[in-house]
Design a protein around this ligand. Sequence first.
Ligand code: PLP
Length: 375
Amino acid sequence: MAENTSNKKIWLASPHMSDEGYEMQYVQEAFDTNWVAPLGPNVNEFEKELAAKVGSEHAAAMTSGTGAIHLALKAAGVGKGDIVFCPTLTFSATANPIIYQNATPVFIDSDYETWNMNPKALEAALEKYSYKVKAVLVVHLYGLSADMDKIMEICSRYNVIVIEDAAESLGAYYKGRHTGTFGEFGVFSFNGNKIITTSGGGMLVSDDEEKIKKVRFWSTQSRDAAMHYQHSELGFNYRMSNVVAGIGRGQLKILDQRVAKKKYIFEFYKRELGQLEGVDFMPINDWNEPNYWLSVMTLKGSLRPLDVIEALEKENIESRPVWKPMHMQPFFAEYDYVGGNVSEKLFENGVCLPSDTKMTDEDLERICRIIKELW
Ligand SMILES: *Cc1c(COP(=O)(O)O)cnc(C)c1O
C-alpha cells in the first residue's frame, strides 16, 4: 500500500535529548564524582550558562518554574493583601504563586496583536487600582513575546515591579533582547513539555545579585550560618539537584537547534494549512523573534477546535485547545478581571497543533492530511 497508514503516536511536545548525548555526559560526571547531592558543579555551571545565554547577570536554579515564580514574588516583596496583575491567558502556574503569597491576583486581557498582556488594559487596571499594585507578572505565551517596550514604560510610570514568566519562551527575543531580562526578575521552566527540559526544573534570573543570593538561601530551607540548624526566616525546599542540572546543561547546548526546528514546524503548518477557509495563525510581529514553542492556529468557520482535536486524537495524535483563561477558571472566578473578550475568543477558536521537535516531514504531512480532510 502506497499510503502511509502509520498510527504512530505524536505528542504535542515531549522531551528531546541531544543526538550527541551531552545530557548523559554531565549526569555521568555527577555520578562519577558523587555530586548526586546536594548541590554541585552542574548547578553552578547551569546557572552561569543559562544567565550568559539570555544575557542576565545572575541566576538561581530551582526545582520548578512555579517555585521560581513563587520566590520571585517573595523577593519582590509581595505579601498578604498585595495586588498582583497577571494575564488571564496563561497556564495556572503563573497565578497560583500569587495565592501562595496570600496576595490578590487581578487578571488582565490579551490583545490580538501579541496574544499577551494588552498594554491598554494594563493601564486601565493600574488606574483602577491606583497605587495599590505591587507587581505585574508578564507572560510570553507559546514563546511569543509580549510588547515589552509599552509594558515597561507603563510599569515604570506607575512604579510597579515587573516579573516575567518566560517559562514558555526560552530562546525567544523581543527587539533582539531575550525575553525574561526586561523586568526585575525572569523565570524559565524545564518541565517535560517545554522547549528544553530537565524532566522538571526552573530558573530565576535577575541582575540583582543580592536578590538572587536571597532566593538561593530561601530555597535551601533558609539555614542561618550555624551548626545547629537555626532559622530566622521561613524556608523552602526549591533548589535544583546536581543530577537534574546536568540534563539542563546538555539541553542548553542544543537550544538553538530546537528553536530552528520549532520554527520549521510552524512554517510547515502555515504553508500547508494557511489557505484553508477561516484558518489563521498566531501573530508574528517584526519585533518578535519567537521560539515557536507551540504552533497555534485559530478557526473562524463552522469547524471548531474540538473537531480538529478529535480528528487528530482518533489517529493517535495529541493537540490541545488554547489555554483556558484564568478568569474563567472556577478556582479564580472570585478575582477581578480587566479587559474585553480577546482571551475568551482565543480560547474559543484556538488549536495548539502538535509541535514535537522529533516529528519528521512525514509526520507533519500526516497531520496536515488529517486536518485538510475536515474541510
Ligand atoms: C510551564 C509553565 C509554568 C510552570 O513551570 P513548571 O516548571 O512546570 O513549574 C509557568 N508558567 C507558564 C506560562 C508555563 O507554561
